[in-house]
Design a protein around this ligand. Structure first.
Ligand code: ATP
Length: 239
């Protein structure tokens, strides 16, 4: 299990972005992380994937653990080697490279089974197979998001941290991404899903957390959150 306990994170020694957060991503589950902008969701993903350093952030208190062992002090490459992959917000692909070159770059943490992983990604995303030789920068927004997820899958991760995969995409593409996330999970990968689209996230998640101002304000099974009056009003627009 991947987890944080009582985590406090500061940026530039002054901005307190997380104020004692505890969260668990059990193996093989989908966990949704919801909350308004600036609440600390991306910061939490960075802490879970070793990316705080490059943003001048640091853990001031608490721990990040993998199977009970503290890993918060490791570098990002070590998180990747342990099977934790973070798909950043905003579809960061290498625009000048072809789709397939992007996928091959994604295998750097684990070159074993490269061919099998490539086949698996193409099975999940047939459109990427069709466009394997095309320049990544010329793919549609949805295809670039698929490529970013596909690249992370090339190391066959144990956990996938997804930061707003549906942002700015048409409803039909959001449905495709949702179905693919469910399939990736069905194949065994634990998912931590940060989403503004709370309806989508809670529809597929096992468990959900809501963060506000650097604190967890709800920590409950997704089915309960779907029926919670406050969640329905503030996050699902069903008030
Ligand atoms: P969003 O969806 O807008 O990214 P979020 O819930 O992911 O929101 P974070 O991006 O984690 O929230 O931001 C949490 C707090 O930390 C905010 O107050 C934000 O301004 C601050 N913050 C985030 N990144 C940095 C940074 N690199 N340097 C300084 N402060 C930062």
């Amino acid at each position: 299990m991947l987890a944080v306990q009582n985590l406090e994170v500061v940026y530039d020694d002054v901005v307190l972005a997380l104020r004692g957060v505890s969260l668990e991503v059990p193996d093989g589950k989908i966990v949704a992380l919801l909350g308004a902008n600036g609440g600390g969701k991306s910061t939490l993903l960075r802490a879970l994937s070793g990316l705080l350093d490059i943003h001048n952030g640091e853990i001031r208190k608490g721990v990040v653990t993998l199977d009970g062992a503290s890993i918060g002090q490791l570098k990002a490459s070590a998180f990747a080697r342990r099977g934790i992959k973070h798909v950043l917000e905003g579809r960061r692909v290498f625009k000048e490279l072809s789709a397939e070159e992007n996928l091959r770059v994604g295998a750097h943490a684990n070159r074993k089974n490269l061919a099998a992983n490539l086949d698996r990604v193409y099975e999940l995303f047939p459109v990427l197979k069709d466009r394997r030789d095309g320049q990544a920068g010329l793919l549609s927004g949805g295809e670039q998001q698929m490529l970013a997820i596909g690249r992370a899958l090339m190391s066959d991760p144990r956990y996938l941290l997804l930061d707003e995969p549906s942002l700015g995409l048409a409803p039909k593409i959001v449905e495709q991404i949702r179905d693919i996330v469910v399939e990736i999970n069905r194949q065994g990968t634990g998912i931590l899903l940060v989403e503004q689209n709370a309806t989508m996230a809670l529809a597929i998640a096992d468990h959900g957390y809501v963060v506000e101002n650097g604190r967890v304000v709800m920590d409950r099974p997704a089915a309960e959150l779907r029926n919670d009056a406050d969640v329905r009003e503030f996050y699902l627009g069903l008030g």
